[in-house]
Every structure is written in structure tokens, then in C-alpha cells.
Design a protein around this ligand. Sequence first.
Ligand code: SAH
Length: 222
Amino acid sequence: MSRINLQGIGMTSQRTRDRLIERLREKGITSADVLEVMRATPRHIFLDEALSHRAYEDSALPIGFQQTLSQPYIVARMTELLLAEGPRRRVLEVGTGSGYQTAVLAQLVDRVYSVERIRPLQEKARQRLSQLGLRNAHLRHADGGMGWAQRGPYDGILSTAAPEQVPEELLEQLAVGGRLVIPVGAQGKQQQLRVYDRSDTGIVEQVMDSVLFVPLVSGVLS
Ligand code: SAH
């Protein structure tokens, strides 16, 4: 687990950030750890300057390349689901994007491995994570639909992009006791947030909320 270093980072007012945390609580987020980490994490540095004033609204925001930084509620919800059944030491994230979800995870688990297919997004995310001093996040430019087998198996896998069907590779890279949290469904249609738990007898699926995510796309973009 890492602690963020806020030196040299202009922070919006504590009140603005507290208000967001209050909203997350009202919407049903109960994990004190998740709420505390999100209170401490400066979301505005993960956005272009023109949008940074909206960083503490509970909404998804564009990060370029037709991608979005997920809504804070969704980040909180997925993180809470991922961590619900005990600690997760090694976690894989599919879709680094801005790096915000990566930063949240890095403060809650031992090591985060995060894969992004769009190189410029990955590079920016790398700079931001290093600016925050989060050294336990390891990034890779690759197609995350294949997971990251060399670093697995994982206690937790979280995908921030939606495939039409859950990739076998991700299920295979779950350790026994591991949990996958992933939105599933076609673009423009209702998608489902699903949770998969691997036990020594097999995989159990749970369907949670209906959600809207950008698609999981195969191949990489330089
Ligand atoms: N977690 C991000 C959300 C970004 S949106 C954040 O907090 O900002 C989802 C991201 O998934 C996009 O950056 C998109 O490029 C990426 N993505 C989509 N398909 C992918 C794939 N097959 N492998 C890796 N990343 C992928």
C-alpha cells in the first residue's frame, strides 16, 4: 500500500472534496477505507486543465481519445466490490485511462498492475502516479483483454472497459479466492456490472448494477 505525496499539488478546497464524499455515502458507499482514500486523492490532476474545475462533481469526464474518467460513484462502487471479501494484495486493472482508479487502488492494495491500450493515455497516467509518489503501481501498454499473465495470478481484477463477453484469460488469471469486477455488454445497450469469484471448486457469477462503460477494444494504439 502506498501513501500519496501531495507536495507541490494545488488542492481544491477541502469542503469541495468533502461534499463529494458525502454524496458517495448517500448513494450507498459504506467502506470507510474507500471513502478515506477517495477523500485524499486529488482527482483534478487526472484531468486536462480545462476540465479540472469539475473534478469533484460526481460525473464521468472526458480524457481524450473518446475515453472517460469514470464517475466517482462507479470508482467507489467497483473498488468496494473488489475489496469486499477480504484484502486483495495483487490487483490487475484493465484500462488505466487517466490513472485515477489506479491511484485509488494503489492506496488500498499491495501492488497494482494496470494495462492500457492507448499509449498517450498510459504515458500521462504514469507521470501523474509518479507525481503522487505511488510506486506500487506498474503500468503496461498492451491489450488488457488478455490480462497480464506474467504477473498473475491476481487476488483481484477490475476492468474499467466493457467487453461483450468476459474474456476467459481474465478468469484464468484469478487466484483461488480471487475476484473479478467487470462491466459486460454491448455498446449503447444496457451493460451489467458483474462479479466473479474463483473458489477451489469453480467460478461463481453475480450480477450487480446496470452501468455504462466504454467498450473493451482489442489491439493497441501507439
Ligand atoms: N480507469 C480509467 C477509466 C478509463 S476508460 C480512469 O480511471 O480514468 C477505460 C479505458 O480502457 C480507456 O482508457 C481505454 O483506452 C481502455 N481500454 C479499452 N480496451 C482496452 C484493452 N483491450 N486493453 C487495455 N485498455 C483498454
